[in-house]
Design a protein around this ligand. Sequence first.
Ligand code: ADP
Length: 329
Amino acid sequence: MTPGTMHARASARANIALAKYWGKADLEHNVPAVPSISLTLDQLVTETEVCFVEKLESDIVVLDGRPTTAPEAQRAIAMLDRVRRTAGLRWKATVASSNHFPTSAGLASSASGFAALAAAATRAAGLELDSEALSVLARRSSASAARSIFGGFVELPGGQPGQRSLAARQIAPERHWDVRLIIALTATGPKSVSSTDAMERSRKTSPYYQAWVEHAPRWAVAIKRAVCDRDLAALGSAMEQSTFAFHSCAMTAEPTILYWNQATVAALRTVSGLRERGVSAWSTMDAGPHVKVLCQAADAPRVQQALDRTPGVLETRVARPGTGIEVLS
Ligand code: ADP
């Protein structure tokens, strides 16, 4: 390593929430109000390089080869500051990160982005954190990033205000269940309202938000049991309810937030039509217009073909269960 520099590189994969996360119990400490369960995906990868430099005057953050916007830089620098405080380090850093999929588009770039940044920044600063501590650090920047520290099936409990130590944990490794997630992209460009803003607006203004917070733990329990039992129909049914319930909160916020477009609805109909023909395929969506479909590996070609033929679907990708963070150098 060049004298006056401390450097590391790490990768992480995005995850799809099977039991959805929506709403915060504590904004400052970024504590989720409800439990969530996710599947880490092999396809949606972020690679991040962090270099602390003795002579650098300010942090420089580059995302996908472009300078970051002010809010993006602020979020990344807030994590660097936490790492510097823990390591007793003052040096500023350069961060270069690439998402090998669209950023801010409802494909959970914040999950893989902050998981990779947590892993790279702590290693570059000379810290050796275990997965639980990395998950706590990642959660401060993005609750879903706490789950991307781990591979396979992962849960993040809901928390209480001020609960600083909340971390995700693995329920089952990626080899536990050979499912596929088909991602149907229905739009290009960033989503209309960021997840953080949309959650807060839902919490403050939707009359359905309290009902969501009360019901979400039941879906999480059902989904965890279904993951352990490899019961796709039970998982899929609870996952669809969880998805439509949180979108109902967004839609009934003031002003309303509607992430769906015509192709979203068409893709959802394709999936329910497949089920009517005996294919166990189940939809979920995040804060964005894309539809993600969970099915058995053997059914993936048929599900992908049906989505490819759906009017307005621009592209499909097939993801498998993926691994957690990797420190590359
Ligand atoms: P998404 O659906 O892609 O997660 P969000 O609006 O929830 O969309 O989060 C996108 C934000 O996450 C970006 O604006 C940026 O602040 C942050 N982000 C995304 N990718 C990275 C990355 N690789 N490194 C650091 N921050 C990232």
